[in-house]
Design a protein around this ligand. Structure first.
Ligand code: ADP
Length: 524
C-alpha cells in the first residue's frame, strides 16, 4: 500500500505515474502495478525509458510537452504478462523548474482489437456489398418509421396490411419518404442508365416501384412492423429510365439496423430466369401439342368410326324421310321426327369434329376455370370407340360438388385421355377390364383418379415412370406421362402413380381448386 498521495492515487482506475523531466519515476499507483506487472517499490527510482524499453517517447510527443506542457496518444508498452499492450497515455507537466510530469494511462489493447475487427468486418461487408452479383440497397427508413410511429400512437391502425390496402396513397408516400443511402455496382448495372453512375440512384425509392407492385412494398413494411425477421417476394421493379422487369425483392430487418432507421434490401433480376421459364413452357406446349397430334394419329380409325356413326344415321334418316315424303299424302309428322334426329346426329358429328380440332390445335394454353367432371365426360366420349372395342367396362364416380380447377381445358383433357389410354393399353390381356374414373376434393385440392384392373406398375419401374422416353411397351414412346406431369405442374398440380390394393394401377391428378370454384361438398 502507498501512503499519502500514493494512497489517493490507488483509488484511480487508470495507471498514474509521476516522473521527473529526465524520466526518473517518483510515483507509481496500484493500477500501474497491475498494468505493467511491476510493484511500486521496484518502479520508483527507475527511469521510464529503461522500464518501458521505448526511449523517452515519440519526438512529436516530447515537442508538444516542451511547447504546450501536455500530450496524449497511444504508446506500445510491455504489459504485465510480457506481451505488448497499447496504452493511451496523457502527459501533463507541472509548473516550475523542477516540475514533474504526471502520466495517466489506460490499456486500450482490447478496444483497438475490437475496432480493428469491426473495421475489417465493415471492410468485408463493404466488399461483399459491392462485389455481390445481386443488387443491394442501403435505405434510410427513418422517416417512414416516424410516420408509422405516429399512426400507431394515434391508435387508428390495428391491421397494417388492411390499412395499407385501403390507403394506396400512403404506400406511395412511404416510398417517397424512403431514401437510398448507398447502392452497390450491381444495382447501378441493373437500375441505372447505361454509362450512368450511382449518384442518380441516391434518391427516394418511389420511381423504382411501379404502381402495380405497391402491394409488395406495403407487405414488406407490414412484415417489418409486425416484427418479422425478413421479407421476400417476387414482384416487378423499374429501372431509372422506366423499364420494368421481374425481380426477387428481399429485405431483412435486424433489430440494430432497424433501430438506426436503416435497412438493407436485395434485388435479384429475374428477367433471364423468367425468359428461360417461358421458353421452357413454350417448349412443353409444343411437345404437348405434338403428342396430341400423334395421339390423334393413333386414334384416327376410332375417330373416323365415331364420326361415321352419326353420318350413317343421318344418311339412313334422310332415306327414310324421303320415303315418308313420297307417300300420298306425305307423312309429315314422321318426316319432322326424322329431321329432329338428323339434327341431333349432325350435332354429335360436329361435336366429335370440334373435339378433334381442339386436340389438334396448337394454340397457346389459355388457363381458365375448368370443371373436372366435364373433362372426365369429354375423355370418355373421346375414347368411346377404344373402350367399346376392348370390351372395357367404365365406372365413373364424379364429385357432386362439381369442382373447378384453373387450367387449360384441352391440355387437362389431354392428361386424362393419356392416363385412360395407358389404362386401356395396360389391360389388353386382362379378362374383365374395368376402367374407374373418379373426381373428388381434399383440403382445397381437386383430385382426378384414373384406375384400372391391369397388372399394375412394377415397384422397380415406379421411380422412372414419369421420365421422358421411359416406356415398357414395344410401340411406346414414353412421353405420355412426362407430358401429363408437365401439364399438371403448369397449373400448380402434380400426378402420383401407384397400385391399388386389389390390383391394377391408380394414377391421381392433384390440382389446386380454382379460386372461387364451386365446392359445396367435399365428399366424392
Ligand atoms: P408410353 O405409353 O408410350 O409407354 P407413357 O409415358 O404414357 O409412355 O408411359 C410410360 C410407361 O408407364 C409405360 O410404358 C408403362 O410401363 C407404364 N404405365 C403407364 N400407365 C400404366 C398403367 N396404367 N398400368 C401399368 N403401367 C403403366
Amino acid at each position: 500500500m502507498t501512503g499519502g498521495l500514493g494512497g489517493f492515487l490507488d483509488l484511480i482506475p487508470e495507471s498514474v505515474l509521476l516522473r521527473r523531466t529526465d524520466g526518473l519515476i517518483l510515483e507509481w499507483n496500484a493500477a500501474a502495478e497491475t498494468l505493467y506487472g511491476l510493484p511500486r517499490a521496484r518502479a520508483i527510482g527507475r527511469f521510464a525509458a529503461d522500464l518501458f524499453g521505448t526511449g523517452a517517447g515519440p519526438e512529436e510527443a516530447l515537442a508538444a510537452l516542451e511547447s504546450t506542457g501536455a500530450w496524449e496518444g497511444a504508446l506500445p508498452r510491455p504489459g504485465a504478462d510480457g506481451r505488448d499492450r497499447i496504452v493511451h497515455v496523457r502527459w501533463r507537466r507541472g509548473e516550475g523548474p523542477e516540475a514533474a510530469i504526471v502520466e495517466t494511462g489506460r490499456d486500450i489493447t482490447a478496444e483497438r482489437a475490437a475496432a480493428e475487427a469491426l473495421r475489417k468486418s465493415e471492410h468485408r461487408y463493404r466488399n461483399l456489398f459491392q462485389a455481390m452479383a445481386a443488387s443491394f440497397w442501403e435505405l434510410d427508413f427513418f422517416p417512414v418509421g416516424e410516420m408509422l410511429y405516429r399512426l400507431r400512437k394515434s391508435g387508428a391502425v390495428a391491421d397494417w396490411p388492411g390499412h395499407f390496402a385501403a390507403n394506396p396513397a400512403l404506400v406511395r408516400e412511404m416510398m417517397r419518404a424512403t431514401r437510398v443511402i448507398d447502392v452497390n455496382e450491381q444495382t447501378v448495372a441493373t437500375f441505372g442508365r447505361a454509362g450512368g453512375g450511382k449518384e442518380e440512384l441516391l434518391r427516394s425509392v418511389e420511381p423504382f416501384w411501379p404502381e402495380a407492385s405497391s402491394g409488395v412494398f406495403a407487405a414488406s413494411v407490414a412484415a417489418a412492423v409486425g416484427g418479422a425477421p425478413n421479407f421476400s417476394a417476387e414482384t416487378r421493379l423499374r429501372t431509372i429510365d422506366g423499364r420494368e422487369f421481374p425481380a426477387l425483392f428481399t429485405a431483412c430487418f435486424p433489430a440494430d439496423t432497424m433501430n438506426k432507421g436503416t435497412l438493407l434490401v436485395g434485388v435479384i433480376d429475374l428477367s433471364e430466369l423468367v425468359a428461360a421459364q417461358q421458353a421452357l413452357a413454350r417448349m412443353q406446349d409444343e411437345m404437348a401439342h405434338a403428342a396430341r397430334v400423334s395421339m390423334l394419329g393413333e386414334l384416327a380409325a376410332s375417330i373416323a368410326h365415331e364420326i361415321n356413326q352419326p353420318l350413317g344415321a343421318i344418311a339412313a334418316h334422310a332415306a327414310a324421310g324421303q320415303r315418308w315424303l313420297d307417300r300420298d299424302p306425305p307423312e309429315l309428322d314422321e318426316v319432322r321426327a326424322l329431321m329432329a334426329s338428323v339434327g341431333a346426329d349432325a350435332c354429335r358429328a360436329a361435336d366429335i369434329v370440334g373435339r378433334v380440332r381442339a386436340m389438334a390445335s396448337g394454340h397457346a394454353p389459355e388457363p381458365g376455370p375448368v370443371p373436372v367432371n366435364a373433362v372426365i365426360a369429354d375423355a370418355v366420349t373421346f375414347l368411346n370407340h377404344e373402350i367399346r372395342r376392348s370390351g372395357t367396362r367404365v365406372e365413373t364416380r364424379l364429385c357432386r360438388s362439381d369442382p373447378v380447377v384453373l387450367a387449360d381445358r384441352v391440355q387437362l383433357q389431354q392428361v386424362v385421355v393419356n392416363l385412360a389410354m395407358n389404362a386401356l393399353q395396360a389391360m389388353a390381356d386382362t379378362p374383365a377390364p374395368l376402367l374407374s374414373l373418379e373426381t373428388g376434393t381434399r383440403g382445397g385440392r381437386v383430385l382426378l383418379g384414373i384406375a384400372d384392373t391391369g397388372p399394375g406398375v412394377a415397384a422397380e419401374v415406379l421411380p422412372r415412370l414419369f421420365d421422358s422416353f421411359f416406356t415398357t411397351r414395344a410401340t411406346g414412346m414414353g412421353m405420355g406421362l412426362a407430358i401429363a406431369r408437365g401439364i399438371a405442374g403448369r397449373f400448380g398440380g402434380e400426378i402420383r402413380a401407384g397400385n391399388r390394393p386389389g390390383g391394377g394401377a391408380l394414377f391421381e391428378v392433384d390440382l389446386p381448386v380454382c379460386p372461387g370454384g364451386i365446392l359445396a361438398h367435399t365428399k366424392v
